[in-house]
Design a protein around this ligand. Structure first.
Ligand SMILES: O=P(O)(O)OC[C@H]1O[C@H](OP(=O)(O)OP(=O)(O)O)[C@H](O)[C@@H]1O
Ligand SMILES: NC(=O)CC[C@H](N)C(=O)O
Ligand SMILES: [Mg+2]
Length: 504
C-alpha cells in the first residue's frame, strides 16, 4: 500500500514533497523516492529505507524545481530491491517519471505486449510496466507537444489495457503532471490546491493528511477512472477516462492502512473506526451477554480508536496496557515473517499493573497472519492476566489480496481454512470474536452512503476486476509466498541500479 504525491507549484517543491512523504510513511516503509523537474531535467533520489534516512541534505539540494513527485514503497510485486524503488523513469517520449500505488493483475499479459512494442522493462516491477504502457500510448501522438485531450486519450487507452488497482501520478517533461485512478477507484487519490501570490499550486496524494502537512486545501477525491492533468503554467484539466467506472474502494484502507486523520472518498477514517467499535461493541453485548471482562485494552496503534469505542459501548474501563516503541514501524508491512515476528516484542511492551489478576479484552483492527495476536496474548498472560479475550474489528481474512496489500498466500493467513474456534485455539485466547462483514461495510459506509460496494475480497474471495481466477491465485502464491520472497531477496544484488550510478 504505497503512498504517492505530486505537486505542480510556483516555488521549489522538494521540502513540501519530503514533508508529505513523512506523513505517508505508514503506507510504505521499504523505500522512498522523489523526482523533481529542474528546467528540462529530472532530478531523482530513491533508495531503500525510511524517508528520513533516504534523503540527506545533499540530495535535497539536488532536488531542485517547482514540480515533483514522491513515493513511499511497500512492495507487492517484483522484488524489494532499490532498483524497484519509485518513481520510475523512461526517456521517451519527452521523458516521463511515474509513481504508483496499487498492484496490476495482468502483469504477464502486459509484459508480453511490451516485447511486441519493443519496449524494454528493466525490473520485475508492475509500476515500471505501467509507466511503459503510458509512454507507449503517448508515443502514438507524433507531435512535439501534447494537448490535455491527447493525454486523456492515452490514459483512456491505458485503462483499457491495464487491470488491477492503481492510483498513479506521472510527470512529463515540458508538458505537465497527470494523475489517474483505476476504474474501480480501489486505491485512494485526493486532489488539493494552494492559492499563492504567484498563482494556484496543485497537489495530488494518496491521503488528505499529506495535503494538510504541505499546507494544501483538499478540493476533492479523484473519481474512479478519472484523470487530472495540470500543465506547467498551473492550468487544471480533468476528464473521465474509463468507459464504465464504478466506485468500489478498498475497505482495508479504513480498517488498517490509512491514517485516522485522513478523509478518503468523503469518509473520515477515524469516524469509520469509531463506527467499527460501535458495531463490534454491540455484537459483543449481544453474543457475550454474561461476560466477565474487567477492562478493554487496545493493541497499538491502529486499534486504539476502535477499542475506546468498544469500552464505551460495554461501559467498561479503557486502558492503554501496552506501550508502543515509537522507533519501530508497522509490523504487518515489514517484508518477511522472521522480521515481523521479532518486531512485535520490540514494538509493544505490557504494563503489568493493567493486567495483573484481570480478565482483559484485547482489541485489534484485524488478524491477518496472527503474528501480533499470538504474541500479544502470551504477553498479556505473562503480565498476569487471568483471562485474555480477543476482538477483531475486521472479519476473518481468508483470501489473498491482489490489489496492493502483500497477502499473496492463503496458507500464510491464520483464518484460511480455520473456523473461529480453531483460530481462537491457535492464538491462545479464552474467547475470540470477529466483526461481521455487513457491520464492517455499514460502519464505513455511514460516512458516505453513496458508496454501494467496497472492495472486500480478503473476506469474501470475490475480486471486483473479474480477471482473478484460481490459476492466477496459484501462480501468485507460488511466486510471492514468504519462502519465494526470501529466495528472491538473495538475487537482488544482481539488479542493475541504473538510477543511482551518476548520483551516489
Ligand atoms: O495478524 P498480523 O499479521 O499480525 O497483522 C495484523 C496486525 O498488524 C497491524 O499492526 P502494525 O504493527 O502493522 O501497525 P499499527 O501500529 O498501525 O497497528 C494491524 O494493526 C494488526 O495489529
Ligand atoms: N503497495 C503498493 O502500492 C506497491 C506498488 C507496486 N506494485 C510495487 O510493488 O512497487
Ligand atoms: Mg496493529
Amino acid at each position: 500500500m504505497c503512498g504517492i504525491v505530486g505537486i505542480v507549484g510556483h516555488a521549489p517543491v522538494n521540502q513540501l514533497i519530503y514533508d508529505a512523504l513523512t506523513v505517508l510513511q505508514h503506507r510504505g516503509q521499504d523505500a522512498a523516492g522523489i523526482v523533481t523537474v529542474d528546467d528540462q531535467a529530472f532530478r531523482l533520489r530513491k533508495a531503500n529505507g525510511l524517508v528520513k534516512d533516504v534523503f540527506e541534505i545533499k540530495h535535497m539540494h539536488r532536488l531542485q524545481g517547482n514540480t515533483g513527485l514522491g513515493h513511499v514503497r511497500y512492495p507487492t510485486a517484483g522484488s524489494a530491491s532499490s532498483s524497484e524503488a519509485q518513481p520510475f523513469y523512461v526517456n521517451s517520449p519527452f521523458g516521463i517519471s511515474l509513481a504508483h500505488n496499487g498492484n496490476l493483475t495482468n502483469y504477464h499479459e502486459l509484459i508480453e505486449s511490451m516485447a511486441v512494442m519493443r519496449r524494454h522493462i528493466n525490473t520485475s516491477s508492475d509500476s515500471e510496466l505501467m509507466l511503459n504502457v503510458l509512454a507507449h500510448e503517448l508515443q502514438k501522438f507524433d507531435t512535439l507537444t501534447l494537448s490535455p485531450s491527447q493525454i486523456f486519450t492515452a490514459v483512456t487507452k491505458l485503462n483499457e489495457q491495464v487491470r488491477g488497482a492503481y492510483a498513479s501520478v506521472a510527470l512529463i517533461i515540458g508538458i505537465g503532471m497527470v494523475a489517474f485512478r483505476d476504474p474501480f477507484g480501489i486505491r485512494p487519490l485526493v486532489l488539493g490546491r494552494k492559492v499563492t501570490a504567484a498563482g494556484t499550486e496543485y497537489m495530488v496524494a494518496s491521503e488528505s493528511v499529506a495535503l494538510d502537512a504541505s499546507g494544501f486545501e483538499t478540493m476533492r477525491d479523484v473519481a474512479p477512472g478519472e484523470a487530472v492533468f495540470i500543465d506547467f503554467d498551473g492550468n487544471l484539466f480533468t476528464e473521465q477516462c474509463a468507459h464504465k467506472p464504478q466506485h468500489v474502494p478498498c475497505i482495508f484502507e479504513y480498517v488498517y492502512f490509512a491514517r485516522p486523520d485522513s478523509t478518503i472518498d468523503g469518509i473520515s477514517v477515524y469516524g469509520s473506526r469509531v463506527n467499527m467499535g460501535r458495531k463490534l461493541g454491540a455484537k459483543l453485548k449481544r453474543e457475550w451477554e454474561d461476560n466477565d471482562i474487567d477492562v478493554v485494552i487496545p493493541i497499538p496503534e491502529t486499534s486504539c480508536d476502535i477499542a475506546l469505542q468498544i469500552a464505551n459501548e460495554l461501559d467498561l474501563p479503557y486502558r492503554q496496557g501496552f506501550v508502543k516503541n515509537r522507533y519501530i514501524g508497522r509490523t504487518f508491512i515489514m517484508p518477511g515473517q522472521i522480521e515481523r515476528k521479532k518486531s512485535v516484542r520490540r514494538k509493544l511492551n505490557a504494563i503489568n499493573v493493567e493486567f495483573k489478576g484481570k480478565n482483559v479484552l484485547l482489541v485489534d483492527d484485524s488478524i491477518v497472519r496472527g503474528t501480533t495476536s499470538e504474541q500479544i496474548i502470551e504477553m498479556a498472560r505473562d503480565a498476569g492476566a487471568k483471562k485474555v479475550y480477543f476482538a477483531s474489528a475486521a472479519p476473518e481474512i481468508r483470501f489473498p489480496n491482489v490489489y496492493g496489500i502483500d497477502m499473496p498466500s492463503p496458507n500464510e493467513l491464520i483464518a484460511h481454512g480455520r473456523d473461529v474456534e480453531e483460530i481462537r485455539r491457535q492464538i491462545g485466547a479464552d474467547g475470540l470474536i470477529f466483526q461481521d462483514i455487513d457491520d464492517l461495510e455499514a460502519a464505513v459506509r455511514e460516512g458516505n452512503p453513496s458508496i454501494a460496494h467496497f472492495e472486500t475480497s480478503v473476506f469474501s474471495g470475490r475480486y471486483v476486476t473479474a480477471d482473478v481466477d484460481q490459476n492466477y491465485l496459484d501462480k501468485l502464491n507460488e511466486s510471492r509466498n514468504d519462502n519465494a520472497k526470501t529466495a528472491k531477496a538473495g538475487e537482488q544484488s544482481s539488479n542493475l541500479e541504473i538510477h543511482n550510478v551518476c548520483h551516489p
